[in-house]
Design a protein around this ligand. Structure first.
Ligand SMILES: [Zn+2]
Length: 267
């Protein structure tokens, strides 16, 4: 075994950690025409979560990001069907600005099911500090909401994240994929702004960055995310268990930090 710790032994033997109820902050739902995902349904997702000891998934279905006619209905239905296991991000689509007002009103009416907003800026080809997003950022700032922002090296997110973090200090900004590849810029932003967190979704496909983030003093700002149902949580958990970290670091990353951020209690 690469890593010989109590937590890794537990996961290897049982597939889950009895005292490590994982919170996955970056999850989707539903089919996509570009890929085959055997467990894209809500029941499939719950099954995968049970296999890997994921207590809570915070998700934004593909439909909420790519089908403005459907919008966020699937998000709410999933969270209603599995209270306590599934929470939602309201997807904000800047190419349909008139929907944003409706989506934020929907957020207000369903606060018990929702944990924040999700932005997929580079897919929508609108930068996160563009005026189209302004109502959503103002809402997130006023309500101290978490906002999961897709960021990737070279996609222009770096400067827009700096601008938004400075402009909206009460919004809790989760840099999804931690500016994949621009690791030192991600570290710089997370250190400079108290309201910025790094999500490890797709980060764990490279060896080294998670140790670098911890070495930079960011262990309390790291969140576990997987893109489930694109990837099984065991992939990310396994990568953390074989990284050069302590079990305490892993507990922070796998659930404690997200509990603090989202106010999730242990059942
Ligand atoms: Zn994603």
């Amino acid at each position: 075994m690469i890593c010989d710790s109590d937590l890794s032994r537990e996961f290897v033997q049982q597939g889950r950690g009895a005292n490590c109820p994982v919170i996955d902050v970056h999850v989707h739902l539903g089919p996509v025409y570009t890929g085959w995902m055997p467990k894209w349904s809500i029941d499939g997702l719950i099954d995968t979560m049970d296999q890997a000891g994921v207590q809570v998934s915070v998700l934004c279905p593909h439909s909420a990001l790519f089908s403005p006619d459907i919008g966020n209905e699937e998000t709410l239905a999933a969270a209603r069907r599995h209270p306590g296991r599934i929470r939602g991000y309201i997807g904000v689509n800047p190419t349909h600005p008139r929907n944003i007002e409706k989506d934020l009103a929907n957020f207000d009416r369903n606060r018990d099911l929702l944990s924040g907003l999700k932005m997929l800026a580079s897919y929508h080809r609108v930068l996160m500090d563009d005026d189209a997003y302004r109502p959503a950022w103002e809402y997130a700032d006023a309500h101290r909401l978490a906002v999961l922002c897709h960021t990737w090296g070279g996609d222009g997110s770096e400067q827009s994240m700096r601008n938004i973090a400075a402009r909206h200090p009460n919004a809790r900004i989760i840099m999804a994929h931690a500016l994949h590849g621009q690791w030192e810029d991600a570290i710089d932003i997370a250190k400079q702004y108290d309201n910025v967190y790094l999500d490890l979704c797709a980060v764990l496909d490279d060896r080294g960055p998670v140790e670098r983030f911890v070495e930079a003093g960011l262990v309390k700002k790291l969140l576990f995310g997987t893109d489930n149902p694109w990837f099984h949580p065991h992939h990310g958990i396994g990568a953390l268990l074989s990284a050069d970290l302590s079990d305490e670091d892993r507990q922070d990353i796998l659930h404690r930090n997200a509990r603090r951020l989202f106010g999730v209690t242990i059942p």
